[in-house]
Design a protein around this ligand. Structure first.
Ligand SMILES: [Zn+2]
Length: 286
């Protein structure tokens, strides 16, 4: 199986002292994703969960990159709420890993969006995590607890040991619950997008669908909002998944990018959807 790792500007490589991941207490049972790795089957329950893709070959965690390239011009803007496990001291000194202006813009423009949140971010900004999680405009998905890499050589990020991969994902769900996020989605975005067969196998028991993207906005560390907006506008096709960031310190132009691209794309007939809608349209089953 060929795993394509697409270019992504690293939000990660902000030289961090390698504080060891604090000892994890045993996570609570994961509620959001399926607990087993069997083939996705339709549930008889009226409270069926969000759509997920069936596992890949040999039961590997399935990987989603974009929705159908149909005439229905749906596009999903996704926002990674990055915060690495050892960035707490920088947040304490006033560095902003959140971006309230961006969230306000999405609400003002009525743009549904999927936020891939790290557990560490939810711990740092629990009121915002809860507010996002309770707002039907948004869905919260998992971007790991620590924002450590799941492969070697991933933009200089520290790496998670294979035996810790699943617990890192589950620890993020525990942080979401602690913050009051009611129904996080069973979707996982690898930090930096970096993954391989070993990582996909390690996460099989977590029951998540891995979500990549087909459009890189390049908003990380960008200073020219217009250039980022052009990347998005040039890249978007029907069914696209666009990766952006919800981390002011590392992606300061994203609110301006959103304010520029949203009316442009709507003018071209695009409508904004959450990732779950694209997965559902791609044969994902509840
Ligand atoms: Zn990230």
């Amino acid at each position: 199986m060929i795993i394509r790792v697409r270019r992504i500007a690293a939000v990660c490589a902000l030289g961090t002292a390698l504080t060891a991941l604090a000892a994890c207490s045993a996570p609570q049972p994961v509620r959001a994703p399926r607990a087993t790795a069997g083939p996705a089957v339709a549930s008889a329950s009226p409270a069926a969960g969000p759509p997920t893709l069936a596992p890949g070959p040999a039961g590997l965690t399935p990987v989603f990159e974009h929705g159908p390239r149909t005439g229905d011009r749906a596009v999903a803007l996704t926002f990674d709420a990055d915060m690495t496990a050892d960035q707490g001291p920088r947040a304490a000194r006033g560095e902003r890993f959140d971006n309230p202006g961006l969230i306000a813009a999405l609400r003002e423009l009525k743009v549904p969006a999927t936020v891939f949140m790290t557990g560490r971010w939810a711990e740092q900004y629990p009121r915002q995590a809860r507010s996002l999680g309770r707002d039907p405009l948004f869905e919260i998905a998992n971007h790991s607890y620590s924002h450590y890499a799941f492969t070697e050589d991933c933009y200089g990020l520290p790496t998670v040991d294979e035996e810790r991969m699943r617990t890192d994902v589950e620890r993020a769900y525990a942080a979401f619950r602690e913050a009051g996020v009611p129904d996080p989605m069973p979707y996982f975005r690898f930090p930096g997008g970096c993954h391989d067969t070993r990582a996909l196998r390690a996460l099989t028991p977590a029951g998540v669908t891995a979500v990549q993207w087909d459009v890189v906005s390049g908003d990380a560390f960008a200073t020219d909002a217009g250039a980022v907006a052009r990347e998005v506008l040039d890249g978007v096709r029907p069914g696209s998944v666009v990766v952006l960031h919800c981390t002011l310190s590392a992606a300061p132009t994203t609110e301006r990018v959103v304010r520029e691209v949203v009316p442009e794309l709507r003018g071209k007939g695009f409508r904004f959807v959450k990732v779950s809608e694209l997965i559902g349209a791609s044969g994902g089953r509840r």
